[in-house]
Each structure stands twice: as C-alpha cells, then as structure tokens.
Design a protein around this ligand. Structure first.
Ligand code: TYD
Ligand code: MG
Length: 456
C-alpha cells in the first residue's frame, strides 16, 4: 500500500467492529444499522505505532525485580468514587467515565477537580462541549473553586497534549472524547477512528507524562457518534454512570479496572448543589416505604460486594382483557412470567387471569435471581390482599418446581438486614447451616409453600 493511501472501512458505532464491507447487523454486538463507512489512513496510523515501539529498545525484566510498594494513589476526596476506582486515582492512568447525556458525568468530574485542587494538586479540565462561562456556572452551583483548577476549551488533541505538558497538571479531564479530534486523521470528530486515535494519543500522554486522565464518553443510542464501548479495551479503567432520569440517585459502576476489582459501585444523589454521596444506599432505597400495605416485600440484592435492601412492590388484579398483562420495572419481565407460572402450577393458585405489575422502588435495576422469592411473596401478598410484616427481609432463588435454592453471600445480606433494624430473614434453608449471625431471626425455607406458610 502506498504511503498515506486512504481506504474505506466500515465500523460499528456501538462496539467498534471493523469490516471491509457494509452489513446490516454487526457481527460483534448484534446491533442493527450501526455500521458506517469511514475513510482511514491505514499507513499513517500503523506506521506511527511501530515507530513508537522502536523508539527505545526495552529489555525484559524479571518479575521479582519489579516493585509495587510505592504505588501511591490520589484520593479523589469522594469516598464512593474512590471505592469504585479501587482506592483512589493511580498516577498515569486513563479512566473512561461513560453514561447517557445529562446523567451527571461533567458534574462528577468537576467535583473531583474541585476536591483535588483543594489539596493543591494541579488539575486541568478540558471541555470541547461547553464554553468557559457554562463550566463556571456549573462550578458555582457546586461550590467555591480553587485557583489550582484550570479550564481550557479545546478540541484539537495535539494542542491539548501541549497544554497539559505546559500546565504541569497531574490530573486532566477530557470532556468529551467524542468532541476531540487529531490532525493526523481526516475522519470527523466522533467517528470510530477519531475516537480511537484520540484515546491512543491520550493513553500515550498519560503514560509518558505520568498524568492521570479522565475521559468522558457519551452513550449514544443512535446517530453517527461512536459510543464509549469502542474504547473500553484501550483504557485502564471503565466506569459507567447510570440512573433513572426521573429518580435522583445515580450509580457509578466499575466495569473494568486494571488496578482494582470490578463490579464495585458507588451511589450518588443529584441535588441542586451537585452530586452528594449516599454512603448507606439501603436506607435511601427504603425511605418512604409504606407500612402494612399488601404487595410490598423487602429483599436484599448484592451490587458488587455491597448489599442493598430494596423494596419490591407487586400489584395483581383481575384482567379486563382476554390476555393478562405482566410487567416489571427494574427486574426481568420474563422471570416474572416464569415465577407466576410456578405459582399457578405448584400452588394451584388461580392467577392465570390476573394482570401483574412488579416494581422495584427507587428505580433500581436488579438482574439477580436472588430476589425471586421476594417477587413471589409480593405477588401472593397482593393477590391475597394480605400484608407481609414489615420487619422481614426475604431472599432466595426460586426453581421451576417451586424449590428455594441457595444464593451467594447470604451472610452479607442477612447482616445488612440486621444493621437496618429488621427482625427476621426468610432465606434458603441450604444457606442457613453455615451462617453465624446472632441479632436477627433466620428462617430457612426449602420451597415457596413453606415460605408462604411463614408469612403471608
Ligand atoms: P451534566 O454533568 O451536565 O451531565 P453530563 O455531563 O453527563 O451530560 O449534568 C446534567 C444534569 O444534572 C442537568 O440536567 C442538571 C443536573 N444538575 C443538578 O441537578 N444539580 C447540579 O448541581 C448540577 C451541576 C447539575
Ligand atoms: Mg457533560
């Protein structure tokens, strides 16, 4: 191939899959209509990376000679974020913060900048989306800022690298990667090849200058902007910021972490003066819980390593149409259908002609089957119009023959229930034997019949 020859490649905007021809469905992530054509200068980008490798010849080092002791981390001053990062920011690391537009990514990172600059750390916040005035207006809502925080409106990556070098910043924020472009590529900002090239440049900058870089990436449902999944494999840490647009709480989830464990999560609440930490999510999720009403059961889910008590609400009523409606918000609707079939078959309960709606209060989304038993009890409680006593927490997986199966981390769940002042836990019998918890009554059950005898 001649130097600088342009070729055309089709990229999936959602996962970055590359193909020489257009396809209706991406073979990588199975999304439809996400492939778009981009002109790529293969020679140039390939050439530069090989040069970077050859610049100095690295020699192999024995693994026992590498010291990890002096690996210090910079605390962000935000406990929930530190937890997800695995104890703080690692110098020279590249972190991607993804999430829907408007979820609070810029707000969170501006708050991080504020905390860090208050400690005297030089921070550079680079925005390609908002004017300096807009950033300042947001900053004013959050609180007073320190002079160690510098702002820059720029979208040209070569300039950004130069400015980061000059400013001597140890932490830099790029908001957002989809607005940045490198002069080396012809492709438009936001295209898969630009987003990748931009990330590669930032990665090199982070490692060479030992700057910790945060990249903001918008999750886009459609359109022509590459999503953050395209660069997940290139960065050190991937965090996703999630939450219900209508609820004020936000969850920060670690999806990948080269310096700590994944599956950790942090909980925040969006307030008028920015994001505040929610150190005890269970209390938050259960606040405003109705007392003594039928169809509500408290369960315990595990998010990462952390137990969270949630309230599961069910409403069962006779259907007005020939075909009953089943709907669940926050949990899996197919799972609800399955559990109702189990109830109908194993307990001979006539709920086939009833609509059922299940909701997890607070807008949490739980995929774990450990909440099955609570969903079943909530449905029966609503069907029979009998309240479940509100000092009880229920968890366990329900199998197709109505058996209650063991779940992971049962002790952690029970301990959380105890901590929040609950009196009883209904849980799988097979979990009870190896548990050592004193302050709360543990009621082991082997089947849904047994569980129903115990409460509803
Ligand atoms: P933003 O951080 O701009 O979102 P992103 O960068 O992810 O697109 O946050 C946008 C929303 O947060 C906006 O709708 C307003 C709200 N918000 C507050 O409720 N309180 C605040 O103090 C701030 C700064 C924003
Ligand atoms: Mg933003």
């Amino acid at each position: 191939m001649a130097k600088g020859k342009m070729t055309s490649i089709f990229f999936c905007q959602s996962c970055g899959y590359e193909s020489a021809k257009w396809m209706g469905q991406c073979p990588g992530c199975k999304a439809w209509n996400t492939m778009v054509e981009e002109k790529v200068d293969r020679k140039v980008s390939g050439h530069r990376s090989s040069k970077a490798l050859g610049e100095e010849l690295h020699t192999p080092v024995s693994i026992s000679d590498i010291s990890t002791e002096d690996e210090e981390r910079i605390s962000t001053g935000i406990g929930e974020l530190d937890r997800v990062l695995g104890g703080g920011i690692v110098p020279g690391s590249l972190t991607l913060v993804g999430g829907d537009p408007g979820i609070g990514k810029s707000t969170l990172l501006l708050q991080v900048c504020r905390q860090l600059s208050d400690k005297g750390i030089e921070v550079l916040y680079i925005s390609g989306e908002e004017s300096l005035r807009q950033i300042k207006l947001r900053a004013d809502r959050i609180g007073s800022m320190n002079a160690h925080l510098k702002l820059l409106c720029e979208t040209n990556l070569e300039n950004i690298c130069e400015q980061v070098k000059r400013s001597g910043a140890s932490v830099a924020v790029i908001d957002s990667i989809q607005t940045m472009y490198s002069e080396n590529l012809e492709a438009a900002a936001g295209s898969v090849s630009q987003v990748r090239e931009a990330t590669a440049i930032l990665m090199r900058m982070a490692k060479e200058q030992n700057v910790s870089v945060f990249i903001v990436g918008h999750v886009t449902k459609e359109g022509t902007v590459a999503g953050p999944r395209v660069l997940e494999h290139m960065v050190d840490t991937v965090l996703y910021f999630e939450g219900d647009r209508h609820a004020s709480y936000r969850i920060l989830r670690g999806v990948k972490n080269r310096f700590g464990s994944t599956n950790e999560m942090g909980v925040f609440e969006m307030k008028n003066e920015g994001l505040t930490e929610v150190p005890n999510p269970s209390e938050y999720m259960l606040s405003g819980r109705p007392v003594g009403s039928s169809g509500a059961v408290v369960s315990c889910a595990i998010e990462g390593t952390r137990p969270i008590l949630i309230e599961i609400q069910a409403l069962v009523s006779r259907t007005n149409f020939g075909f009953p409606r089943r709907q669940s918000a926050g949990s899996d609707t197919n799972r609800l259908n399955l559990l109702m079939a189990v109830l109908e078959k194993r307990l001979d309960m006539k709920i086939g002609d009833h609509d059922a709606y299940v909701n997890i209060a607070g807008g949490m989304k739980i995929q774990e089957p450990a909440i099955d038993l609570a969903v079943v009890l909530a449905v029966v409680s609503s069907f029979r119009n009998k309240a479940v006593s509100d000092d009880t927490v229920v968890f366990g997986e329900v199998g197709l023959s109505g058996e209650v199966r063991a779940v992971a981390n049962a002790s952690v769940r029970a301990a959380e229930a105890e901590k929040l002042g609950f009196k009883r836990v209904i849980l799988p019998r097979s979990n009870v034997s190896n548990m050592d918890i004193k302050g709360i009554e543990l009621i082991g059950v082997g089947s849904i019949e047994e569980a129903l005898d115990k409460i509803v």
